[in-house]
Design a binder for this molecule. Sequence first.
Ligand code: M6R
Length: 619
Amino acid sequence: MCGILGYVGHLNATQVLIDGLKKLEYRGYDSAGVAVLTPSGFEVRRSVGKLAELENLLHKQPVNGHLGLGHTRWATHGAPSEVNAHPHTDHTGKIIVVHNGIIENYISLKEKLAAEGCHFKSETDTEVVGHLISHHRQKLTKRNSDEKEIFVQAVLAALKEIKGTFALGIVCSDIPDVVLGARRDCPLIVGMGDGQNFLASDVPAILSYTREVVFLEDGDLAVLSQNGVEFLNVSGKVVQRKVHKISWDPVQAEKAGYKHFMIKEIHEQPRIVENTLLGRLDTRTFHAVLHELDFLKKEADSLSRVRFIACGTSWHASLVGSYLIEKYSGIPCQVDIASEFRYRDPIIDPGTLVIAVSQSGETADTLAALRLAKKKGARVLGIANVVGSSITRDANGFFLTHCGPEIGVASTKAFMGQLVAMHLLALHLARFRKFVSNTHLVSMGKHMTHLSQWMTETLECEEKVMQVAKKYFRRKNFLYLGRNVNYPVALEGALKLKEISYIHAEGYPAGEMKHGPIALIDENMPIVALVTKSSVYDKMVSNVEEARSRGADVIAIATKGDPLVSQKAADVIFVPEVPEDLSPLINVIPLQLLAYHIAVFLGCDVDQPRNLAKSVTVE
Ligand code: M6R
C-alpha cells in the first residue's frame, strides 16, 4: 500500500525521494508527492497518477534541499486527487506528514480540531495528524523552550490520541535537521547511512544507498538527523534497536533486461527453489533440517492440529501445505483466510500449531489473525519472505523463504518459495510422526533436489504459452480446473489472470464442476485444465471430455509425451513428468506465463495492476 520515503543528508533530497519512491511503486498507488525543505520553508509538490506526473511537475517547478518526505498514496479515505495526495500540512504550513495506514478515530479528532479553528483541506484521515501535532506543540511551547524536544513530545502526545494503524513520516520547518518516523502495525524501516539517514516503507527503496537497516517496532519513534538516529519507545524512553545487514543485492530489485518484474521473477524461480532449499534439505540423508522449528522440538509428535492463516496467493500455498502435511504426517490441517479467522472466535486447543503465511510478512489481516491465535495460546510459526517483517517478529518461530525482493504485485516467485517451504515442513513434521515410511520421505527429499532442473525445463514452454495467449486474450471469462494438490494451483492460475489482465477467471476443484459451474460452459468459456500424470489423471481427463462436449476450448497442462490429452484438448502445454506432490511447483509456471502474456497482449500494467497493492497493510 502507500509508500513512505524520508531523507536527511547531503544529497539532493528531491532526487533521493523520487528514486526511492520508484522502488516502492510495486506497492500500488494512485497519486504521489514530495515535500522538501528550502530556505523559505517546505515546498510541496503533489500529483495524481504515476510518478512520471510528479517528475513532470518537478521539472516545471523544481525544488531543492537536503531534507524531505515523499509518498505514494493508495487511496482509502477520499478519491485519488491532488488535494488528497500526501504530504499533508498543518494549518501553519510548518508541519508536514506522510502516512500509511488508517486513523480510525479521525472523524472525532477532526471535529475536535475544527472546533479549535483548524481548517481541513482534504478528505483524508491523515490530515488530522499534522493538526493534532501542531495542537500539542502549541500547548507544550508554553512550558519548554527546546524546539526539538517540544516537537518530539508533541508527536508522542498526538500518537497517544490516535486510534488505528500507521507508519508516519513527520517533519517541521522549525527543526530543519530532523525527520521523525513512527509506526503502529504498518511497516517502516530506517536506513542508516554515512552522514545521511533514510526512512522507508520497504528495503528496496534505500538499497542503493545503504544495506544497514533497522526495522522499527510497534510504538517506536525514530528521530533521524544527518549525524545519527535515536529510537524512542511509546513513553519517549531511548531504546536500542538491532541494525540488520541486508544481503539482498540492489540489482535483484531491477528488471535485468526483462520487460517487466513479473516475467523476471517467473524466470528466477529455478534459482529461488535452490535458495529456499539451501541448508534445509540435507543432501546426504535427504531429510529436511529445519532449525526454524526448534521451538517445537518437544511438542512436534503431540501436535493435534495445524491451522494455516493467510490471504490471497499465500492462502493457496497454505492449501497445498495442508494436503502435504495431512498426507505425510497424519496431522489434521485446516486452512483459514486470515480475515475470516480473526473475526470468528476460532478454536485453538493446546495441541494446535498455527502457521501464518505471508510473502510480505506485513499483511494486516494475517498479522491480526496471528496475534489472535497467540492470545488464545497457540504456538505460531511464521512463513515469510521479508526479513524483519512483523510476522517474523510476532511468531514464536519463523521460516524465511529467501526469494529476494518480489516487486511485481502479482506474486510468483514468492509463491514458489512458499510451496518449497510447505514441502520441507511436511517432510520435517513427518519424521517425528512416523506416519509414512522413511523410504518414502527420503525418496521425496531426493526428488526435491531435481526441482530446479525440472523448472528450468518447464520454462521452455513459454513460446507455446505465448501462442495460446495470443489465441485467447480477447475472451472475457476463464475457468481453471484442478484436483488434489493441483486444485490450489487452479485457484492460483485464476487469481493471476484476474489480477493482471482484469479478465474474470474462476478456479474450481474439477469434481465440483457438475455442482454448478458446468452451467457456464459453452464455446465462449475456455477451460484451463491441469491434466498432468497423477492419481486423479483419469478423473481430470473425464472433466476435459465433459467440457469439450459442451463446446469449450480446453487448454490443457499435460505431461510431456501424453498422446491422449492432445486428442481431447484444443491446446496443450507440456511440462516434464514429476511426482504428483511436486507437480504444483511445475504446473503453476505455465499458468503464471499464461496470465502474464495475456496481460501483455491486452496492454495492461502488469507490474502495478489497478487497485492492487503489494503489501496490504490495512484491512
Ligand atoms: O504478503 P502476503 O503474502 O501476505 O499477501 C497476501 C495477498 O495480498 C497476496 O498474495 C495477493 O493476493 C497477491 N497480489 C497475489 O498475487
